[in-house]
Write a protein that binds this ligand. Structure first.
Ligand code: F6P
Length: 365
């Protein structure tokens, strides 16, 4: 591979910049040309100035910055065959043979589809192109994904880029809320992100010492309100006058409807006659500088992605690099895409049981 491109896609995640920096510098060091795709798949379809060469200094100073300097977008145009054909044309025109995508499962799925459709689009574009233009068309597109999502819901890696930073935000928020909850003897309901995956809520509850956690992976029984109310009542009766209840945004009632934190607040306040407050952490969880862990993770994976491309043979690469048991590993993108949703629904039972055992009312004997 002589010419490659790097992009970020989907929701931003702290550490994406560190990943881009590592990809660009390792590629330049290896003698490749690197393009940056600005605004995710939207930029890939738009072409023009949205796909431009990056030099060593272009990625200077971005390592400690949150967000992604390449920008990101959720692209409707890329969802269409015409949009992807345009994306292929834009890559072909620049002689780009490989694409590194940093993003979540939807973004990695996009990369896989692009690689699969490459030859079909090239054949069509080749019929339109003059013979000399056709000769320069890359025969295949190698794609390598880096897991970038605060949700930590991707198969093939123990941690995705951004999850550790988000988790630190959550734990610090719980610490801060605990002091005011204690002063006012209040119960706080803290809503975390995590559309389909309870990782952030569960680990936030473990790290922040919360009294209760509700995650999408747990099928609640019909009387869960009552159980929670009784536990809070008992805890208060023996002198524990403040509680933290952590709710993942994707948590659901037994009938499948989303649990609304304001509704839970009303139920607890009415049943128990206590003071309840809701804090929705929202996008604060995705913001700010990446933690040391996320910087290092993204750097290691960025370097590994380029090194994988350096060893690419005639077969098109279609993989994600991840971290498993503190080793950089490679998993096929089809496996990642197919298994990610399923794994998201199976958080570590051990951690869940631990959170339950250690929560406040567990000690009420
Ligand atoms: O997937 C990352 C994530 O932060 C989810 O946890 C959350 O549900 C979603 O993105 C929010 O998306 P948006 O920023 O588009 O509102």
């Amino acid at each position: 591979v002589r010419t490659m491109a790097v992009m970020t896609s989907g929701g931003d995640a702290p550490g994406m910049n560190a990943g881009v920096r590592a990809v660009v510098r390792r590629a330049l060091d290896g003698g490749m040309d690197v393009y940056g795709v600005f605004s995710g798949y939207e930029g890939l379809v738009a072409g023009g100035d949205a796909i431009r060469p990056l030099g060593w200094n272009d990625v200077g100073g971005i390592l400690p910055r949150g967000g992604t300097f390449l920008g990101t977008a959720r692209s409707e145009r890329f969802r269409t065959v015409e949009g992807r054909r345009q994306a292929v044309k834009n890559l072909c025109e620049r002689g780009i043979q490989a694409l590194v995508v940093i993003g979540g499962d939807g973004s990695l799925m996009g990369a896989r589809v692009l690689a699969e459709e490459w030859q079909m689009h090239c054949a069509e574009l080749g019929q339109e192109a003059p013979a000399e233009g056709r000769a320069g068309m890359p025969e295949r597109l190698h794609v390598v994904g880096l897991p970038g999502s605060i949700d930590n819901d991707l198969y093939g890696t123990d941690m995705s880029i951004g999850a550790d930073t988000a988790l630190n935000h959550i734990v610090h928020a719980i610490d801060d809320l605990t002091s005011t909850a204690a002063s006012h003897q209040r119960t706080f309901i803290v809503e975390t992100m995590g559309r389909h995956c309870g990782y952030l809520a569960l680990m936030g509850a473990l790290g922040g010492g919360a009294s209760w956690v509700l995650v999408p992976e747990e099928e609640l029984d019909l009387r869960w309100h009552e159980k929670m109310s009784r536990a809070i009542e008992r805890a208060r009766a023996i002198g524990r006058p403040h509680q933290m209840v952590v709710v993942a945004e994707g948590a659901r009632h037994p009938d499948g409807l989303p649990i609304r934190t304001e509704e839970l607040k009303r139920i607890l306040a009415e049943r128990l006659g206590i003071d309840v407050r809701v804090t929705v952490l929202g996008h604060v969880q995705r913001g700010g500088p990446p933690s040391a862990f996320d910087r290092i993770l993204a750097t290691r994976l960025g370097v590994a992605a380029v090194e994988l491309l350096m060893g690419a043979g005639p077969e098109p690469l279609c993989h994600m690099v991840g971290l498993q048991k503190n080793r950089v590993t490679t998993t096929s993108l089809s496996e990642v895409v197919e298994k990610s949703r399923a794994v998201g629904r199976h958080i570590d039972r051990g951690n869940y049981q631990e959170a339950q055992r250690l929560r406040g009312e567990g000690f009420v004997r």
